[in-house]
Design a protein around this ligand. Structure first.
Ligand SMILES: [Zn+2]
Length: 364
């Protein structure tokens, strides 16, 4: 007891009044509390406290799924293509087993020569990444759940999504009537380091209205929808100029197609090419006037409702990312086109993400 009094006395001598000492102690406490809080937040990012699905996933089931996706005709030696004389070499990474081919001696596993070669992740993690791409899961959240680096995951995601873009269906729509429209997506240079203060990395809440361009971080996305098939084609372009819009229509529509658009003058040349008929919808008036009666038969048939719905879906898909880099926007848009046209996520699309071209005939 005496010691305590002495310490207090010393403290008082050095620091000042009891009020001052109390304030000082509180300050130290709150500072410490803040440091502790910050560190616990940081450790949360590393060892996730998210309710992770990983703990409930069966590695063997995930491995079997990936094996079937990557090797639909069964696992074969990547060197001699032999399937029948494969012995187990080692199984320390089970269920990812290393095999050795008795014919040529090559040691390999199911990931060898695929996109997953050198990706040291558990099968369940790969499955969650594929699911995350399809479900527009933000990279940072996925990295937390998987316990991996966000930077690595973003690079890996871009490698997978690049396949979605490369193998996109670019055949013209078979429909006699299509609708075409464009939207403008705020997309800066997220993720790219910018050291020049004159050249900011991205402008949040880009306030430009109306017709943006790729250069001013509001790239146009052009959409074409088949009225009958409901199939879509999406394209990210530099500017919504006549040349670029006509090029998109040329790529996505057959000769003689009826093309419905709004009155943006970028579409003015569309009807003058390849026997196409161009009809416009005036969006400036009240909604009931949007559909116009073009041929005078009393039916207001020209409208762009399908695309209005599509833009809603595109915005919903992109929103969780809180901005994507404009350099990768086309990849994300490609994923949307795949998902929209397939209606349900199929093995074909998962294969595409893993780098296997579509419409390969897997049947013997
Ligand atoms: Zn072999």
């Amino acid at each position: 007891m005496r010691e305590i009094y002495e310490t207090r006395f010393l403290l008082r001598k050095r620091v000042g009044s009891w009020v001052e000492i109390g304030a000082l102690l509180r300050l130290v406490n709150t500072r410490e509390a803040r440091v502790v809080e910050r560190e616990s937040l940081r450790s949360k990012e590393v060892s996730t406290t998210d309710f992770s699905l990983l703990d409930y996933m069966d590695e063997q089931v995930c491995y079997d799924k990936l094996l079937a996706l990557l090797h639909p005709n069964g696992l074969a030696c990547p060197n001699c293509r032999g399937k029948h004389r494969l012995g187990i070499h080692r199984r320390y990474r089970s269920p990812v087993v290393d095999y050795q081919c008795a014919t040529c001696g090559r040691v390999f596993n199911a990931w060898t020569t695929t996109i997953l070669e050198g990706v040291h992740r558990r099968p369940s993690q790969i499955i969650l990444i594929l699911r995350g791409i399809v479900h527009a899961e933000p990279t940072a959240r996925m990295a937390r759940e998987l316990g991996c680096s966000r930077r690595w995951l973003l690079a890996f995601r871009h490698r997978l999504q690049e396949f979605a873009q490369r193998y996109l269906d670019r055949n013209p729509l078979g429909d006699a009537v299509v609708e075409s429209d464009e939207m403008y997506q705020n997309a800066g240079e997220k993720g790219i380091p910018h050291k020049d203060p004159e050249d900011p990395p991205r402008r949040r809440a880009n306030s430009r209205r109306g017709h943006g361009t790729f250069a001013n971080d509001r790239p146009p996305i052009v959409g074409v929808v088949g009225r009958e098939s409901g199939e879509i084609r999406l394209d990210v372009v530099e500017t919504a100029s006549g040349d670029e819009l006509e090029a998109v229509i040329d790529d996505t529509c057959l000769e003689g197609t009826v093309v419905n658009t709004d009155e943006w003058n970028g579409y003015n040349g569309v009807g003058k090419r390849h026997g196409r008929i161009h009809r416009t919808v005036d969006h400036s008036g009240p909604k009931w006037t949007w559909a116009i009666d073009a041929d005078g038969d009393g039916v207001r048939e020209v409208h762009c409702n399908t695309l209005e719905g599509l833009w809603g879906a595109v915005r919903t898909f992109l929103r969780p990312f809180q901005g994507v880099s404009k350099w990768y926007l086309a990849q994300y848009v490609a994923v949307i086109q795949w998902c929209r046209n397939l209606k349900a996520v199929s093995d074909e699309f998962l294969r595409v993400l893993l780098g296997i071209p579509p419409s390969t005939n897997f049947d013997p």
